[in-house]
Structures are given as structure tokens and as C-alpha cells.
Design a binder for this molecule. Structure first.
Ligand SMILES: NC(=O)c1ccc[n+]([C@@H]2O[C@H](COP(=O)([O-])OP(=O)(O)OC[C@H]3O[C@@H](n4cnc5c(N)ncnc54)[C@H](O)[C@@H]3O)[C@@H](O)[C@H]2O)c1
Length: 308
């Protein structure tokens, strides 16, 4: 699908990734966002993007946002706290996606791009390809994403929709909020420059991707993948350990703190300690990241310190 001259709705458009995507899409398209601004911020929306301010689990809000002339919905709204470990998060995220799909079906809107997560794989061998099975998520968040993906598959395969599903690695960049590791370390070191508490043993090793590359990759996939149900991993080929992130943040803040590890091999219940996604499918479609995982973390650290 060519992303020019289209009417596009971004759910969660005032959030971290959503606001960066809105900025990219509004250059060549008519863009509307729907967001209840629970974690997002309306000031992050670029000029020219209309905001429907409301809770998307409400079918009336969905009807106002998803009009029959919408060409494609980018569905980003979610509770994305992977450490929450609360069954209500499963219900909430699935409710959001049910409401979006139900309204799209009613309004005859045929295209949806959805942000899933590496957490659907659980503790899988690495690099993990999209066709790895069995999918055994170990967090409520991962289970919620897998449930939402399966619902999208039904609408794609039996209700004539086209769906693009993105299984994100960890996305970093300006506007990333405190629950994520880079802003968390910055916040802690501003409070106490001499000591840094690190969850787990610091050897957790994951792939980080800058939000600008994530937005590029998503647009490339939507423009080039043509099956009814398209699943793509989005990440970098390399990984960064939590201790390396602490080193990068400390260096950029010109500090030399003592690290205090909370212990254990993971940060929280349901944390997957090692994650690296295969991006061969993405490469075969003609898109390759420029940055390593370490470079993405360093760039995001600088941007967050600059208050971008
Ligand atoms: N950032 C990452 O590293 C990452 C990794 C994997 C997957 N994802 C997924 O990507 C998507 C975007 O993530 P993000 O990092 O930008 O998170 P975010 O929290 O910044 O964005 C989510 C947005 O959804 C909005 N929202 C939440 N509940 C809503 C509701 N009921 N009605 C309307 N709006 C609502 C929030 O206000 C927020 O603006 C999410 O689906 C997330 O699960 C993100």
C-alpha cells in the first residue's frame, strides 16, 4: 500500500512511537490520532494532525475516530507495561483491539498495522524468526499481544482485511518514558549520581532499535508486504546488555557511579532475559537497519539528556 495521499488513523498517536509515526506520515497524508493521553501527550503531536481525545475501549470513541473513509489504521494504543503482571492488562489490551477491529469491520475499513512485541516468543532460541513455534509468552503483556495478533489473523483471513503485524524489539528515542531502562537510569542518576541500582544481574541482553529506524521499517513493510496477514520482526542484528546500557548512560552523563545489582537473572516476573529477533524476513523485503543496538542506545541517551 502506497503511503501517500491516504487518510490514516493512528491509535495511541500521542504516545512515544505513535507521535514519531504521525510526524512521518503527516508529510504526505491526512493523519488523525485517537488517544486518551493516559501516557501520551497531545503536545507531542505534530501540526496538522487532528486529535480525537478519548478512551478507545468506548465504541462511540472508536466510531468517531474510525470513519468509513479511513484507508488504514495504525493501532498502537495499549498498556505496554511489560512488568505489570496483572490479568486486567490482558483484558484491557484485547478489549482495545476488539473495539478497533469491530468498528473497522462495521465501517468497511480494510487495512490495519499493529504493534506487537518480541514478548510473544517467550524464552525462545535466538535469533528468533517469525515462524518460530510454539509461541509461549511468559508475561501477561506478551500473552495480550499474542491474543491480539490471533484476532487480527481472523479478520485478515476471514473478513477481507489486510494486516501488518510488527513484533518490536525494544524501541528507544526521544519521548521514551521512565518505565524503560534508558530513561530509568537517567532518572536514577539525576537523583543520586554516585550509585545506580540495576534490576537483575545486569547480564540481560536485548536488541534495541531507534524509533526513527522503527518508523522507517514500519512504513517500508506496509508499502511492500502484500499478503492478507503479514508478520515482521523489527529490530537490530545486535544486542546490548543492561550493564552496557548503564556504562553508556554513565559515560554520556560524565559520571562514574557504583552499580548495585538487585540480583537474579531477570528484572521482574515475566522478563525475558535474552532477546534477539531474526530480521532476515525484513532484509529480504529490502530493509536493513543502519544502526547497531549499542548505537541506538547511545543516540537515544543523548536525545533524552538533551530533553528532545
Ligand atoms: N516502546 C517499545 O519498546 C515497544 C516494544 C514493543 C511493543 N510496543 C508497542 O508499541 C505500541 C506503542 O508503544 P509506545 O512505546 O509508543 O507506548 P506509549 O505508552 O507511549 O503509547 C501508547 C499510547 O496509547 C494511549 N492509550 C492507552 N490506552 C488508551 C485508550 N484506552 N484509549 C486511547 N488511547 C490509549 C496512551 O495514552 C499512549 O499515548 C504499544 O502497543 C506497545 O505495546 C512498544
Amino acid at each position: 500500500m502506497d503511503l501517500t495521499g491516504k487518510r490514516i488513523l493512528v491509535t495511541g498517536g500521542a504516545g512515544f512511537v505513535g507521535s514519531h509515526l504521525c510526524a512521518r506520515l503527516v508529510e504526505d497524508n491526512e493523519v488523525r490520532a485517537v488517544d486518551d493521553c493516559s501516557t501520551g501527550d497531545p503536545s507531542w503531536l505534530p501540526g496538522g494532525v487532528e486529535l480525537v481525545d478519548g478512551d478507545l475501549t468506548d465504541p462511540d470513541v472508536a466510531a468517531e475516530a474510525i470513519t468509513p473513509d479511513t484507508d488504514v489504521v495504525f493501532h498502537f494504543a495499549a498498556d505496554k507495561d511489560a512488568a505489570r503482571d496483572d490479568i486486567d492488562q490482558y483484558r484491557f489490551n484485547n478489549r482495545l483491539t476488539e473495539t478497533v477491529l469491530d468498528r473497522m469491520d462495521e465501517a468497511g475499513v480494510e487495512n490495519i498495522a499493529f504493534t506487537s512485541s518480541s514478548t510473544v516468543y517467550g524464552e525462545a532460541p535466538r535469533p528468533t524468526p517469525e515462524d518460530y513455534a510454539p509461541l509461549e509468552p511468559i508475561s501477561i503483556y506478551g500473552a495480550s499481544k499474542l491474543g491480539e495478533e490471533s484476532l487480527l489473523s481472523v479478520y485478515a483471513n476471514s473478513h477481507d482485511m489486510t494486516a501488518w503485524v510488527f513484533r518490536f524489539a525494544n524501541i528507544v528515542g526521544p519521548r521514551l518514558q521512565k518505565g524503560a531502562v534508558v530513561p530509568d537510569f537517567i532518572h536514577k542518576l539525576r537523583e543520586d549520581p554516585s550509585t545506580l541500582e540495576i534490576l537483575g544481574d545486569g547480564r540481560q541482553e536485548k536488541s534495541y532499535m531507534h524509533v526513527s529506524e522503527c518508523v522507517d521499517a514500519m512504513c517500508h513493510v506496509v508499502e511492500n508486504a502484500t499478503r492478507p496477514f503479514n508478520v515482521y520482526n523489527l529490530g537490530t542484528r545486535t544486542t546490548t546488555s543492561v550493564t552496557t546500557i548503564a556504562d553508556i548512560v554513565s559515560e554520556e552523563m560524565e559520571l562514574d557511579p557504583t552499580y548495585e545489582y538487585t540480583g537474579g537473572d531477570r528484572g521482574w516476573v515475566g522478563d525475558v532475559p535474552r532477546m534477539r529477533l531474526s530480521i532476515e524476513k525484513l532484509a529480504a523485503l529490502g530493509w536493513e537497519p543502519d544502526q547497531s543496538s549499542d548505537d541506538a542506545v547511545r543516540q537515544a541517551t543523548r536525545e533524552l539528556l538533551d530533553g528532545d
